[in-house]
Design a protein around this ligand. Structure first.
Ligand SMILES: Cc1ncc(C[n+]2csc(CCOP(=O)(O)OP(=O)(O)O)c2C)c(N)n1
Ligand SMILES: [Mg+2]
Length: 803
């Protein structure tokens, strides 16, 4: 018998039945994992649990419409979806709960993220791309509510680029842009600005993005009446609905317990998004939380009995079960047998995951016990070590921390003793610590052969008659070469397209490369970042432009939580080699002169932060970054575009090395360390100092993250024995960060004859106007006087007091 499925496909009843029962099994498996998962937390085997119970059925429908090459960007409720696409086994689920640090057991994040944070592997062992068209892809989740939204926009936009730009090697990433980026978000999280910014941007860009709102009326304890105008997200989004005249969204509303209606809704959404690249919003209503929000707290505190009774009745799994029976796909008795089988499978899977997680540590425990016993013999506190040993022996399933505490504490009682047993114990501790540390600390940056630090310097070359030009020309001609060389590269931002950026570093390039590759965007920094992150995760080489450094704060959450953590939180299984281009430091007034480099350095470990002193250096950084596979932030000097620089003749080829400092003036009396726009003033001060017999050495750090990987600064201090770090950040900002590195990492204190110092801007934001700048930021006179003061203090006879 042929029947029509909810998605209007005509298939045999038996085939449809098989599909329905498969879905039933996934729903029951997922639920059983949630129930047992909660118990694992309550009994102390796991620390925290957040589960997908009550959201199972819509995720089955989503999985049906999801094709190879598609991407998900979602949140912690999506375990059923992950199971349905075959990316999350029962064992994986529990390994995540236990924080198993093995990537094989816990492929989502190797235990780095709490359970419920999902992702698939985009990269091979060597960091190269897998063929993403042969798998169903999920970008790695992050915990901040709505932080998945900016990235979702970029994942969707990648399809648009692949469909509309010729010449890109797309085989691993796209089939003519037919891939959908599927978002999921909780109803309460739609209150966040990121949600609204993304919704608007995707409507403008018309990208294949389907966003599902899982609506259970609550955000932890807070009801929709405190979250959403009219308590109804699809109702208030109605103005986005597309019609005959205007492009916009398709908005679909469906109940989360209605299996047949859900399948129909998702098929329709997929057809629209894949075909016409119109975005779709699916508001999935009437969902529940059978076990409440998470393992912390109980929902009885904020839901009344009526609500709880309704949730029991409308539990999507309960309703699906009724539907299966009513439509004769199975009987009560058959389903009970299936339920029992699945309960057993989940219990067995849970046990297997626990054994896989604990066994390596039990092995280490066994290894350590005799080492402790032997070492105890040579200690005056033998009994104390033996009791540490016995305490460890009694722990049934010890974790690394417990094992290392026993071992390391024992060393306290072996101080002064010399024995082979002690040596063996130390070696064992060192080996286990270093192996374990790497499990928790690796992959903050790329560890592939294309990591940015391995890209070697190539110097700019000049013809004999090279002229001096406005520096922005160098950027422009270099970008031209970049777009010609890399068909997958593109740039976008506010005023980036038609006028070629506010300083004309891209002049004429939109005409040459088209409006998909050199594009204007709305004023929306967080989603400009998100566009970049998502597109770079799908094999493109985006350059996201943030008009001024002062406005990067709007994008900072996305940079810090998403881009900077991506490699780390996936243990190197996903990457987003996005280049963020901006301009900053000195110009005029509070919001066009900021240089909050300390703040950025602190929040952006995981992203390279580059501070070129001129546009040739900046262009060289872009060339380096495009050879590599890592994200970076490049800050051009806002007051440098009209200064003259010599025109190189090897555009696209010269490369500024990352993490390498440059000595730009040699000297013997004091080492001056600086970067960016301040350097010109440092150079001016150094010229004046020469006239009074002080020979300063100037070092441009060029790159704040990483900083001076070759430890060159200390070599200069060995010669000068004095140090001043100068920048235009607040006191204690990036200058303090640089100082810490020089003193602590490079041990420069061994060579200092004077107090190492910093000279920075004032604590307040820079005031407007030339005098505002003079009294807010370090001037050449400030720098001169500071250095002279240091020299005067060290040799008052030679350098008599200035005042
Ligand atoms: C930026 C941010 N603020 C607060 C939280 C804490 N938090 C985690 S989940 C949550 C509620 C989210 O509710 P909803 O979006 O409706 O999703 P649900 O859990 O109901 O599926 C909150 C406030 C967070 N993770 N991130
Ligand atoms: Mg909710």
């Amino acid at each position: 018998m042929q029947i029509e499925t909810p998605s209007k496909k005509s298939i045999s009843f038996e085939d449809f039945k098989t599909e329905v029962l498969k879905d039933y099994k996934t729903a029951v498996t997922s639920r059983e994992c949630s129930l047992l998962g909660r118990r694992e937390v309550l009994t102390g085997k796991a620390k925290f649990g957040i589960f997908g119970d009550g959201k199972e059925i819509p995720q089955l429908a989503l999985a049906k419409a999801f094709k190879n090459g598609d991407f998900r960007s979602g949140y912690y409720r999506d375990q059923t979806f992950m199971m349905a696409i075959g990316a999350l086994s029962i064992e994986n689920f529990f390994a995540g709960l236990y924080a198993d640090s093995s990537i094989e057991n816990e492929p989502m994040s190797a235990g780095r993220q709490m359970g419920g944070h999902f992702g698939t592997h985009s990269l091979n062992e060597d960091g190269s791309w897998k063929n993403l068209m042969l798998q169903k892809n999920s970008s790695a989740d992050t915990s901040p509510t709505a932080s998945q939204m900016p990235r979702l926009l970029g994942l969707a936009q990648a399809s648009k680029i692949y469909r509309n730009v010729d010449g890109i090697h797309a085989e691993k990433f796209s089939d003519n842009g037919n891939e959908i980026a599927w978002g999921t978000i909780g109803n309460a999280s739609t209150s966040e600005g990121h949600f609204w910014e993304t919704i608007n941007a995707a409507g403008v860009l018309q990208v294949p993005m389907v966003i599902s709102v899982w609506d259970d009326e609550y955000g932890i304890s807070v009801h929709a009446r405190h979250q959403t105008t009219k308590e109804n997200i699809s109702e208030i989004l109605k103005g986005f609905q597309r019609d005959e005249e205007n492009k916009g969204y398709e908005i679909i509303v469906v109940n989360g317990w209605d299996y047949a209606a859900l399948i129909e809704a998702y098929e329709k959404a997929a057809e629209i998004a894949r075909g016409s690249h119109a975005p779709v919003l699916i508001h999935v209503r009437e969902l529940t939380q059978p076990q409440g929000h998470s393992t912390s707290g109980s929902q009885e505190r904020y839901k009344n009995e009526d609500r709880l009774a309704w949730e029991r009745e409308f539990d999507c799994n309960v309703k699906f079960r009724e539907w299966v029976i009513q439509n004769n796909f199975s009987t009560q008795e058959e389903l009970e047998i299936i339920d029992q089988e699945i309960k057993k499978q989940v219990r067995d899977g849970k046990k297997a995951a626990w054994i896989a997680y604990t066994q390596p540590m039990v092995k280490k425990q066994k290894e350590l016990l005799p080492l402790l016993e032997n070492a105890a013999e040579s200690s005056g506190k033998k009994d104390t070590i033996l009791s540490l040993k016995n305490e460890l022996a009694e722990i049934k399933d010890p974790i690394k921390k417990e094992i290392l505490i026993a071992a390391r504490k024992s060393l306290h009682y072996l101080i002064g003793s010399q024995s082979d047993a002690k040596r063996q114990l130390i070696d064992w501790i060192d080996a286990y610590t270093s192996e374990s540390q790497s499990e928790f600390s690796s992959n903050l940056y790329s560890e592939s052969n294309h990591n940015a630090l391995s890209i070697k310097e190539v110097k700019p070359t000049y013809s004999n008659d090279a002229r001096g030009v406005d520096a922005r020309i160098i950027l422009r001609d270099n970008f031209d070469k970049i777009f010609e060389t890399y068909p997958e590269s593109l740039i976008f931002g506010e005023d980036t397209g038609k006028i070629g950026d506010v300083n004309q570093g891209l002049e004429g390039l939109q005409n040459k490369y088209g409006s998909h590759r050199v594009a204007d965007t709305g004023i929306r920094e967080a989603t400009i970042l998100g566009q970049g992150i998502g597109m770079a995760m799908r094999g493109l080489r985006p350059i996201a432009e943030i008009q001024y450094l002062d406005y990067i704060l709007y994008a900072l959450q996305t940079m810090s939580d998403d881009l900077a953590t991506l490699q780390y939180r996936t243990k190197g299984k996903q990457k987003s080699p996005l280049i963020v281009r901006t301009r900053g430091h000195r110009l005029e007034g509070i919001w066009h002169s900021g240089s909050p480099m300390g703040a950025l350095v602190h929040l952006l470990h995981g992203i390279h932060i580059l501070v070129p002193r001129n546009m040739t250096k900046a262009a060289g950084f872009y060339n380096t970054l495009l050879k590599g596979d890592e994200p970076a932030l490049v800050i051009e000097c806002l007051n440098g575009y009209r200064l003259k620089e010599k025109l190189p003749n090897n555009f696209g080829e010269f490369r500024t090395p990352i993490g390498v400092v440059e000595t730009i003036k040699e000297g013997t009396d004091i080492t001056l360390v600086s970067y960016g726009s301040t350097l010109r003033l440092v150079e001016e001060a150094a010229r004046d100092l020469e006239e009074v017999g002080i020979h300063a050495e100037i070092i441009d750090v060029q790159s704040l993250l990483p900083l001076d990987i070759n430890k060159d600064i200390v070599k200069s201090i060995e010669k000068t024995n004095r140090l001043l770090v100068i920048d235009e950040d607040v006191p204690g900002g990036a200058s303090a960060y640089i100082l810490q590195n020089i003193l602590e990492v490079q041990n420069a204190y061994l060579h200092l004859d004077s107090k190492p110092q910093t000279l920075t801007a004032k604590e307040h934001r820079p005031s407007y106007g030339t005098d505002g700048d003079y009294f807010s930021k370090p001037s050449a006179e400030d720098i001169f006087e500071k250095i002279y003061g240091i020299m005067n203090e060290s040799d008052p006879e030679k350098y008599s007091a200035l005042k």
